[in-house]
Design a binder for this molecule. Structure first.
Ligand SMILES: [Zn+2]
Ligand SMILES: [Zn+2]
Length: 245
């Protein structure tokens, strides 16, 4: 069932790439599984989050976040209606825009606080601000011919009851299968094993993931002459403006 030579090549790939000491790759039939250690979750605005969570419960924070989002929508609508009907002067529009943006920022900020609330909440004993991350967080990527998925597994330990909660999620990491390169662009690539040029073909769609401002592309090649399989990873910094446009 397993192709031994492909297995060997994948190991070589990992040695050559020296990705991360703890990253491993295995191939089961037509599915590639990458497993690697990741860092502990970092929370922004930790002090303010602690302060707000101590005062408010989950429901109150959810209501506040929704309320500010609603403010943002209402103020924007009022501003747009007034722009269209030429009702008030420039000061009105500027005030409207400023307040709707502020409302949106506050709403998103409370969403961030809620994430901290959920991460540190112990489902077993029901205490808030109880869990801390422990153990080794792991990112697992599964890439088959039709699908590319990614999950991060973290362990959260309650400092009151000692319960360890294992949580899996994609953590807002964008992951998708990209498009294969046109054949022309592979014409000048040399096979690392038999040194023939122009014999590599892309065997499946590439994996693309975006972490922060980094966009990582992983492409799968195979030599049509010697059968050598290669996995190539490249990194680029995302230009946000390009995304919006
Ligand atoms: Zn607990
Ligand atoms: Zn070759």
């Amino acid at each position: 069932m397993y192709n031994q030579s492909e297995f060997g090549n994948l190991e070589n790939y990992l040695l050559e790439k020296k990705l991360c000491k703890k990253t491993s790759c295995e191939q089961v039939l037509n599915t590639y599984i990458f497993t690697g250690a990741v860092e502990y979750k970092k929370h922004r605005f930790k002090k303010v989050s602690l302060f707000l969570i101590n005062i408010f419960d989950e429901k109150a924070l959810e209501i506040m976040s929704k309320m500010f989002f609603l403010f943002c929508v209402i103020i924007s609508l009022i501003t747009i209606v007034n722009i269209l009907s030429n009702g008030y002067g420039d000061w009105f529009y500027i005030t409207g825009i400023v307040f709707s943006v502020i409302s949106l920022i506050i709403s998103l900020f409370i969403q961030n606080v809620l994430e901290y609330y959920h991460d540190t909440f112990c489902k077993k004993c029901g205490k808030k601000l109880a869990c801390e991350e422990t153990g080794e967080p792991v990112m697992k990527e599964t890439s088959s011919y039709g699908e590319y998925t990614l999950t991060v597994t973290r362990h959260w330990k309650c400092r009151y009851c000692g319960n360890v909660d294992i949580r899996e999620s994609q953590e807002n990491i964008f992951a998708e299968q990209g498009e294969m390169l046109p054949e022309v662009s592979l014409k000048n690539i040399e096979c690392n094993k038999c040194s023939e040029t122009g014999t590599l073909v892309e065997i499946k769609k590439p994996d693309i993931k975006e972490i922060g401002r980094q966009r990582l592309t992983r492409r799968y090649y195979k030599c049509t002459v010697c059968g050598h399989e290669e996995i190539n990873e490249s990194e680029e910094i995302i230009n946000r403006r390009k995304h919006i446009g």
